[in-house]
Design a protein around this ligand. Structure first.
Ligand code: AMP
Length: 554
């Protein structure tokens, strides 16, 4: 075990859980994990203020897995999540951490999938139930005893659950569980409505909030880009083409990610190496020395491995994975701009992590501007610029040293000097055709403006929303109508919650929702619409049948 994983080992977690975490490649607990795990292990109720990206899922999953009894085949922990996507993500995380605990099973319970298999999995003894509130209430209506044995409850993204209109469902769920249970609530924000829930349903909760003190960062130019998680490597490759860097450090979260990215970069011809907690100290020192003297240009590191790294050559920091907290962001970007030089820091942000970006901006007191991923033209320009820069200094005296050779070769081959120069360029560029078509064909473009998933934790701020022109009915979308409107006590969030939960759609699949007094309009994907409407046939919102129908505008 490395020294860093001792961080997890010293928190009191069950040894099999520690082993699973190490196998996952985490090197040390994040701040929220460090603080929450001992509290949850001790059985206390807790309110954790943390957003996606802080490692909050493991902060509750690891201690809960440590506390359940695998020999008891009944639900012991319930995790409530606002959407099907998050529920699936949390369930997968539990499965990963429970890999070395035979007999532990996890079931995800969400709308849009048949109820029978979900209930069967619960009855078959799944110890961990991860559910969206709406669907869980449906199960409770069929069997009110479903939650009778649950003694750990986690509300994940509680503020999002309330925004989606799940307040009433939560109350039903609380009532269906033993009062002696442990309750843990995670929320990015703590509005009055959340505090009220905590007051009613939590017992002397401990509060955990990652303290953030304002930090100043000067001399470092910062920017961020929106990308999807699976596009990070291609985004990094594209950025490297246009960024003029001397040495660069790329931060990722896991050991595996250091190895994967470093080898992807090496494969493209960069002098890159991985630096993580598994690498022996003398080897680490060698990597750092190589970065200092130019034998390496890129190091892909975890936070732990890069601690204290001081290499004046570093002009760029790429935050490929989001840091857990603003302090570690500041710490990371401080690896550049050393010795009074200027530095540049780029942060890749997945749509769900935009909140974390706002926290970083607040804590650092600086706006981290959005930049777009360079397009094919920018890559082409950068390549030509590099070629120009490498040739320009040679032009001065090349004619005196190689002019005669040129004359001889053109004569021998029987070609023009232009044809010969072109052939030499082809050789110098290893046959790369420096044309836009060639660049685009060689690097499938990551969408320049990664589509912004519409997630509730990810909604554009008001300013953003106002800047966006009202959307005409998008391509591939159909408008649907329900006779429920404001006079029925309906708000857009209730419709969104119901459709997400029951329809099993990804959040970005749902377009604009317009609530009028006596009806509402919802934009849904044209593809599979009839099936979706059938799925939503029995859906009720605010106690009334939704009865969503295709709406013909003409
Ligand atoms: P979350 O904030 O729970 O959505 O987690 C964000 C990401 O961080 C997930 O991809 C986790 O797998 C990863 N993660 C959580 N804890 C750690 C850790 N201690 N070390 C490295 N990665 C982690």
């Amino acid at each position: 075990m490395t020294q860093e994983t001792g961080g997890f080992a010293s928190l009191g977690l069950h040894p099999t859980i520690v082993a699973a975490v190490i196998a996952t490649g985490y090197e040390e607990p994040s701040a929220i994990q460090q603080q929450s795990i001992p509290i949850i292990l001790a059985g206390h109720d807790m309110i954790g203020q943390a957003q996606t990206g802080t490692g909050k899922t493991a902060a509750f999953a690891l201690p809960i897995l440590s506390r359940i009894d695998p020999s008891k085949r009944e639900p012991q922990a319930l995790i409530l999540a606002p959407t099907r996507e998050l529920a699936l993500q949390v369930a997968t995380a539990f499965e990963t951490y429970a890999k070395q605990m035979p007999g532990v099973t996890v079931v995800a319970v969400y709308g849009g999938a048949p109820m029978g298999p979900q209930l069967k999995a619960i009855r078959n003894g799944a110890q961990i139930v991860v559910a969206t509130p709406g669907r869980l209430c449906d199960h409770l209506r069929r069997d009110e005893k479903v939650l009778a044995t649950v003694n750990h409850l986690v509300l994940d993204e509680a503020d999002e659950m309330l925004k989606l209109g799940f307040m009433d469902d939560l109350e039903v769920i609380f009532k269906a569980m033993p009062e002696t249970r442990q309750t843990v609530l995670f929320s990015a924000t703590l509005p009055q409505s959340i505090r009220a829930i905590a007051e009613r349903h939590l017992k002397e909760p401990h509060h955990v909030k990652i303290q953030t003190k304002t930090q100043t960062v000067t001399a470092i130019e910062q920017a961020h880009l929106l990308v999807h998680a699976d596009q990070k490597t291609s985004a990094v490759l594209r950025l490297l083409e246009v960024e003029e860097f001397d040495a660069l450090i790329a931060f990722v979260r896991t050991k595996q990610a250091t190895l994967d990215l470093a080898s992807a970069l090496e494969a493209k011809g960069y002098k890159a190496a991985a630096l993580n907690g598994d690498i022996a100290q003398n080897q680490r020192e060698r990597v750092i020395e190589s970065l200092k003297d130019g034998r390496l240009d890129i190091v892909v590191a975890t936070d732990v491995a890069a601690r204290g790294l001081d290499v004046p050559r570093i002009t760029h920091v790429f935050n490929v994975d989001m840091p857990y907290d603003p302090e570690s962001y500041v710490h990371r970007i401080g690896r550049t701009g050393r010795a009074g030089r200027e530095g540049r820091a780029l942060l890749l942000v997945t749509p769900r992590e935009r909140r974390m970006l706002q926290v970083i901006e607040r804590v650092t007191g600086q706006k981290v501007a959005e930049v777009r991923l360079p397009d094919g033209q920018a890559v082409l320009d950068a390549r030509i610029r590099k070629l120009t820069n490498s040739l320009a200094p040679l032009v001065g005296d090349a004619e005196s040293t190689h002019g005669d050779l040129l004359d001889r070769l053109t004569a021998d081959i029987g070609c023009s000097p232009r044809a010969l120069a072109a052939a030499l360029l082809r050789k110098a560029t290893n046959g790369q055709a420096l044309t836009l078509d060639a660049v685009q064909a060689e690097q499938p473009l990551v969408p320049n403006n990664a589509p912004r998933e519409r997630s509730t934790s990810d909604r554009p701020e008001r300013g953003d929303r106002e800047r966006r022109a009202p959307m005409p009915l998008g391509e591939g979308r159909a408008r649907c109508r329900t006779a429920l409107g404001a006079r029925d006590g309906i708000a857009a969030k209730n419709l969104l919650g119901a459709i997400l939960n029951e329809g099993g759609l990804a959040r970005e699949a749902i377009g604009r929702i317009q609530v009028r007094d006596s009806f509402s309009l919802v934009e849904l994907p044209e593809d599979g619409l009839e099936k979706l409407l059938t799925k939503l046939k029995d859906t009720r919102v605010a106690g009334k049948q939704l009865k969503l129908r295709r709406y013909r505008e003409d």
